[in-house]
Write a protein that binds this ligand. Structure first.
Ligand SMILES: Nc1ncnc2c1ncn2[C@@H]1O[C@H](COP(=O)(O)OP(=O)(O)OP(=O)(O)O)[C@@H](O)[C@H]1O
Length: 126
């Protein structure tokens, strides 16, 4: 961290983006759920484009799920570091973070069904 650096420093931004990308790449390699969510989102976006429905709600739902999965991974690592032994509070932290991902995933599923369901049904009935 460089507290004296300019907030608009291009090099600083690129370095921060590199760290962020490392976190995303690590999560993609280490978390099967994240890989499933990435590919499910890609398929849903492809369908939205192919069926000519607005892709923005699906894009936002995907960003929410993937962002929360990244936070869940960060929290799991922090809890494992702080409390490798079994602790009731560690359980609360991990379970609540997993719950956040589940809530967002169910919301994303709903968005997908509402957006893609009707045009897919029309396609299948014609
Ligand atoms: N240190 C701990 N103390 C208490 N309970 C824990 C602890 N570590 C894990 N758990 C319990 O085990 C569950 C699974 O934790 P774990 O770290 O294995 O995540 P995971 O199932 O591998 O999640 P993911 O698949 O996202 O990596 C947690 O939700 C929590 O209920």
């Amino acid at each position: 961290m460089n507290p004296g650096g300019s907030a608009l420093s291009w090099r600083r931004w690129v370095r921060s983006a590199g760290y962020a990308w490392a976190g995303i790449a690590h999560t993609y390699r280490a978390q099967p759920n994240f890989r499933i969510e990435v590919w499910a989102g890609a398929v849903a976006l492809g369908l939205a484009v192919g069926l000519r429905v607005p892709p923005t709600p699906i894009l936002l739902a995907c960003a929410l799920v993937l962002g929360l999965e990244l936070l869940n991974t960060a929290l799991e690592a922090a809890v494992d570091l702080a409390s490798p032994e079994w602790q009731p509070l560690a359980k609360v932290a991990k379970d609540a973070a997993a719950g956040a991902v589940l809530v967002a995933s169910l919301g994303a599923l709903l968005v997908g069904v509402v957006e893609l369901g009707p045009p897919l049904l029309r396609l299948m009935t014609f």
